[in-house]
Design a binder for this molecule. Sequence first.
Ligand code: NAD
Length: 294
Amino acid sequence: MTQIAFIGLGHMGLPMARNLLKAGHAVVAFDLVSDALNAFAQDGGKPATSAAEAVRDAGVVVSMLPASRHVESLYLGDGGLLDKITPGSLVLECSTIAPDSARKVHAAAAARGIALLDAPVSGGTAGAAAGTLTFMVGGKIEALEKARPVLAAMGKNIFHAGPDGAGQVAKVCNNQLLAVQMIGTAEAMALGVASGLDPAVLAEIMRQSSGGNWTLEKYNPWPGVMENAPASKGYSGGFMAELMAKDLGLAQEAAQSTASSTPMGALALQLYRLLLKQGNGKLDFSAVQKLFVE
Ligand code: NAD
């Protein structure tokens, strides 16, 4: 089986790399943090001392890094990783980054004969652990067909969103909508509770009524309403508010470059920035509830 290099063993990358191991792939990984590499080695993965070493004998490279600047600095420029990857290899760039940044990396890869896909994910850390992520893929369909078995080891839904960068566009649209839904749910929960309703009763009524949405189904932001939701665990785990703010910023950049009107997305970004300013950036994004309660 083709050797896989995995770069970035964070909240998402480590469980994704574990699922590649479980599927029988040989995986050589690199992260800047040695604890992550040690955890991966304990699962039978092979740690590398650099990204260049990880990709040396790899036919497929997967990366899962925080943001555009990390991805650009890893792959681009003289001595960047694209110069170390064997032409003909496949790169699956799974981080959530700016569509324009993804297109830059696509162009540089194509110039070196490397097939690259932008393949950001939805499904959070639970989906990464369970191997049930949704991949939104941008790039050539032939490259996606080659990538399918590798993506299928980490996810359950694989969508071809369109050409280079389209996966990232789909991802920022989805996360903008998610943020707007989460804020709307938090606002309604606070209004109902302040007016004397039991939060669990209100949540169930709205879930089964026309206000029903994903956050009411799976991720209620009011503490105690859903036992397993981050809200009931001090807003720990899940998807950090600072990453949601990053994604809302990417949505605003996309809106700017297409002259789109996104007033709800703009307001959502401002509210998340406020949450970050209050020192809550590391909490799950459902902590936006805090803006609406004493
Ligand atoms: P994270 O910060 O936990 O992990 C990123 C990892 O990349 C870290 O371990 C860091 O040390 C490593 N890293 C950074 N630069 C590196 C480099 N040059 N070489 C090697 N390693 C490097 O972030 P995460 O939560 O795993 O998220 C990763 C990406 O996935 C982000 O773009 C995020 O927006 C997206 N995402 C996250 C979630 C989620 O629920 N956490 C859900 C969907 C998408």
